[in-house]
Write a protein that binds this ligand. Sequence first.
Ligand code: UT7
Length: 333
Amino acid sequence: MSAAPTARHAAITSVGHFLPETRLTNGDLEEMVETSDEWIRTRTGIEERRILTDDDKATSYMATEAAQEALDKRGLAPDAVDVIVVATVTPDMLFPATACRVQDNLDASNAWGFDLSAACSGFIYALTTGAQFIESGRAETVLVIGADTMSSIVDYTDRTTCILFGDGAGAVLLEADAEAGLHDAVHHVDGEHGDLLRMEGGGSLHPPTHATVDAHMHYLDQAGRQVFKFAVTRMADVCEEVLERNDLSADDVDYLVPHQANQRIIDATAARMGLASDQVMVNIDRYGNTTAATIPLCLFDWEEELQRGDDLILTAFGGGFTWGAAHLTWAYD
Ligand code: UT7
């Protein structure tokens, strides 16, 4: 009689990060647009963000630094990596993919990879995608990276968006584990509302011309109040969905790891789930909204406190609309 098959979960076994040194504070923004530190803090929770200022560096640089740190902490050489998935809406260029540049920078000679575009939900989408290579046995080591240079697409004359975003990267390593790791993930897309949060220019619909640049179409554009209403309900709904279908209650959750778009959205999601504030990972005050990097940067900051077996709910909402939630158990102390 053959033995029962062993579960093969995709577990996070290391986390790396990169944050540029340059800080853009609310005080700096007060000098750039008509805003105030008080407005930004109370409406968003943000105090400062990091900005990549080196002209010769871009998203692949931050992604590489984060990935290298994750590998070093785990004691793995780059040639151990089988797959690299980079979630980003600010690739170095339309092609080659940022993942190809990361592969070259790391000298990950055995890896293949690709970019994944799901805006602020990018990391959760990439985590689910990367996990499937582990779960199926097609890969032993996967790098999942969330990296965005939002300063490259933000209009610093638009006070409704420029106060929100920052630059950064986070990377996780995925490896097989019989018990801990990703257990479930729910994802949604609603393309009907794509025009509420987008960068319209630069693609095949509106290739870059003088006219598209004059019209500021190469900048991120957001109908903030409308996006807020969707984000606040959809994020809480999808967390409830992942809890229900896994027969989990708030008591089973150790930490909520929410995308960092607005402190008020984070608070509303935590309240709907019945979680205390010390169970919610927050870094929006220090880094703003780093798009695909918010969740892995939170994991990096909380890594010391996490213990094997802790139950985490990750959740995000972003342009597309895209949104989702994942349930995982932490794999290491
Ligand atoms: O990460 C991807 C998903 N994105 C999100 O989840 C973001 C969702 N949206 C938000 O977080 C919020 O809607 C914002 C932070 C973008 C805006 O906050 P709000 O409380 O929704 O403000 P609002 O857009 O309703 O604007 C209120 C007022 C307006 O003035 P009036 O019309 O009431 O006179 C704005 O013009 O605040 C004004 N305002 C500002 N005032 C000072 C807008 N931006 C600023 C600013 N400083 N930076």
